[in-house]
Design a protein. Structure first.
Length: 297
């Protein structure tokens, strides 16, 4: 039995004076209203209505229950209102700072089409993990190693000059500067922005760079993509980034030769329901925003 619905009938009978008018106010058939009162009488163990051939009125027992029933109905209405507000509250998602405005807007639109309101916060990797752990956001796109990832975005090097060749780290050795156009990259630095300043990305790049003969100063870490881009434009450096980021920044991107370096991303959050809802609604759109071709199986 729906107790709230039955108590609604009881309150309406008290206010309107009959089962017929109570049913009309609740937009249900009179027989439905009568069955609800009968079920409530069985539940409570005493009659609520005095019935005769012409009308039905509340018994003294029924009148005594009306104040509590009215409070219960009011509370149920407040719960329904709170539930509606909660459904309308957007799901906050922490995402990488490199995601383009358009890609995120497309993701929001896809979420709306699926009945999910999304709100994004662009933050670097440690901050995204912190926001998720402290419940400051409901979902976060976490930076993880490739073997733990839902999405993978290949990393390469982007610079001012176009090139149709993949980048060999050996070509950046300072000793090769000045040996012709083939050595145009000699001495260039690969700048690391906050999104890639993580052990599982920085360490393999550092080991490969040292093995190729690069100097420690050729892998500087910048405080922001803006400062890294300024160095690329002013000094001819290279930026470690995805192909999509290079396009957005107006740079020319090249993959690495012999260095399989990629960002890994996975959704995380306190609520598995929120994480699953975001994944189900906008997985493809998030993949595009992250510079990944498609979600991993």
């Amino acid at each position: 039995m729906d107790l709230i619905a039955a108590y609604r009938v009881l309150v309406e009978i008290d206010e309107r004076g009959s089962v017929t008018r109570a049913a009309a106010a609740l937009d249900v058939a009179q027989s439905v209203a009568s069955r609800r009162i009968l079920a409530l009488e069985r539940q409570l163990g005493a009659p609520l209505l005095e019935r005769n051939a012409r009308h039905a009125v509340l018994t003294a027992f029924g009148r005594d229950l009306v104040p509590s029933a009215r409070r219960l109905v009011r509370l149920a209405d407040e719960v329904e209102l709170d539930a509606e507000r909660a459904r309308l509250r957007p799901v906050t998602v922490a995402v990488p700072t490199g995601c383009s405005t358009r890609d995120l807007a497309v993701t929001v639109a896809a979420g709306r089409a699926a009945g999910l309101r999304l709100e994004f916060r662009a933050e670097p990797p440690p901050r995204r993990a912190e926001l998720a752990s402290t419940l400051a956001v409901r979902v976060a796109v976490l930076a993880v190693p490739v073997d733990e990832a839902e999405w993978v975005a290949e990393l390469g090097a982007a610079g001012r000059r176009p090139s149709d060749r993949a980048l060999r780290l050996e070509a950046l050795r300072p000793s090769r500067r000045g040996r012709g156009t083939r050595d145009a990259d000699a001495g260039a630095r690969i700048r690391i922005a906050p999104e890639d300043d993580l052990p599982h990305l920085r360490d393999p790049l550092t080991r490969a760079a040292y093995a190729a003969g690069l100097l420690p100063g050729q892998l500087p870490v910048d405080a922001s993509v803006t400062s890294a881009l300024a160095a690329v434009l002013a000094d001819g450096d290279l930026l470690l980034c995805t192909r999509a980021e290079a396009h957005d920044l107006g740079l020319h991107w090249r993959p690495f030769t012999g260095l399989p370096l990629a960002r890994g991303f996975a959704l995380g959050g306190d609520s598995a329901h929120d994480v699953d809802a975001v994944r189900a609604a906008v997985a493809d759109e998030l993949a595009a925003a992250l510079g990944a071709e498609a979600p991993r199986a």
